[in-house]
Design a protein around this ligand. Sequence first.
Ligand code: FAD
Ligand code: N01
Length: 545
Amino acid sequence: MTNDRTVDAVIVGAGFSGLYQLHRFRELGLTTRVFEAASGVGGTWWWNRYPGARCDVESLAYSYSFSPELEQEWTWSEKYATQPEILGYAQHVAERFDLERDITFDTRVESAVYDAERRRWTITTDTGEVVDCRWFVMATGCLSVSKAPEIPGAERFQGPTYHTGHWPHEGVDFTGQRIAVIGTGSSGIQSIPIMAGQAADTVVFQRTPNFSMPAGNRPLTEEEVAARKATYREYRKAQQLSTFGVPVPEPTQSALEVPEEERTATYQAGWEQGNLVAVLASYTDTLVDKDANETAAEFVRSKIREKVRDPELAELLSPRSFPYGTKRPCLDSGYYETFNKDNVHLVDIRRTPLVEITEKGVRTSENEYEVDAIVFATGFDAMTGAITRVDIRGKNGVSLKEKWGEGPRSYLGLSVAGFPNLFTITGPSSPSVLSNMMVSIEQHVDWVTDCVRWMRDNGVEELDATPEAEDEWVRHVEEVGDTTLYPTADSWYMGSNVPGKPRVFMAYIGGVGVYRERCDDVAAKGYEGYTKYPDVTAAPEKQSA
Ligand code: FAD
Ligand code: N01
């Protein structure tokens, strides 16, 4: 295992981003160290082991494209792979490309300080290691810092508590128990049917109902797998050029210009595909026009009413406070149907707010619910949480956390002005969480790799985004965001789930393909929007002056 104290590059995180970045840096011949807080590779898929955890982008699309051999030798078994299968894939990749020898596990990076004279970073870990490097990559994930609910008293509870984002490796059997589940986002929606299937009694505390559609999960047939394996190259190209990293036919019509019957049939066809993007991408204006959006929202609500027998309960489960798609929609396997069971109860904590966790359970303004175990499915300090938890100091000792005090600012979601040679994989202001993240991860890692190669080949020791380029990108991301309905929702995309977090739309909704073109253009223009040291892109007369 590499344990050098001076290397070319340090990467933080050994999820899909960090693994691929390590592989690409190796190809460049860089000495690289990866630090990972977990005891193994896989990131998201190492931590999120709750019952029912799966991907919700189809397995045949949610995988690396960089190695045709890997594509051919790995065979996904289900339409939506389970967490163990995806973790197995990450482990297979690490083994196949011999990655682990450069990864230091069980080690958290605590600080990173840039030395402007030497143009190098000093990285310090919680085990006391200090490593010096030229390039520093934060591959720390958009959804890797789990968020506890802001309810007093959790330490008083006499039974066990669990968070979906760091579930016990040995699993949990709730058979015969009374359980409370707080949170109804994707993690809650995936896990509640399974946990409620085991438990004697389940109480679900819902702050905001979510839009979910049936995943229609099933084993993949040999023919389907063979067909995709035979056409992977064309398919990957289509992914890269698409809006969400999932190729679907581009819509051409407004939802409001087609007759209701036709629109419903279109939504129904998307619904039956069990594909998150299908209903969303049915019409051009679903994400930009309230009335158009309402047609899709009402379609999903009609489905909830079909599934849930008690009309009052169906209404409680029906989202009305935000447009469809502006909080991340979910895929489920029997979520709404679970509430038809007599031993499953829904508590609307908008009406009767959570007050505290007691020795015996959960107390709302109206009731105390005595339970044997509590599950927090309360999500993450998304997008910025993992980055600002590291004390990163750029030029003149400026703190990244302070710089981002009013919200993240970056150039392309890849670089931050004043923090040279630092790259953020799927950083805020890039398409990241609004896409099939494998596509966005690979695009970022490939871009960073090309950039580092260019720096090395041209003798550039320092590359720093200019404040002007950063301002322009921040403005552009905001402008594009403002043409959509996303900023109208209280979502983790907006930072609204974390008290005190600035309200900023933290992803780029211009589309994966459009964004890729912009990044490629910046590179083709000699890394436009960056200062370089030495400035190899300056006009020759200026250089010699
Ligand atoms: P991560 O997988 O989050 O890895 C980051 C790693 O960095 C973590 O292991 C963490 O321990 C480590 N780390 C962070 N800070 C430090 C530090 N300071 N020091 C050391 N180590 C550190 N996306 C999709 O596109 N499709 C899906 O179907 C999908 N399903 C998901 C399901 C769940 C339950 C969740 C939570 C997310 C899902 N996502 C999905 C998003 C998912 O996070 C990405 O697809 C992808 O796995 C992210 O990979 P990553 O390597 O960028 O980050
Ligand atoms: O987290 P979330 P998640 N008191 O933030 C509630 C990916 N993912 O882990 O909506 C009471 O979505 C909160 O309520 P509200 C995917 O990108 C994918 O479920 O803020 N309730 C909400 O109901 C996803 O979007 C999959 O009002 C509180 C819930 O907890 C992202 O990860 C599976 C509360 C949190 O939902 C995060 O999903 C899992 C409080 N104090 C995750 N705080 C796939 O299917 C929070 N809540 C692939």
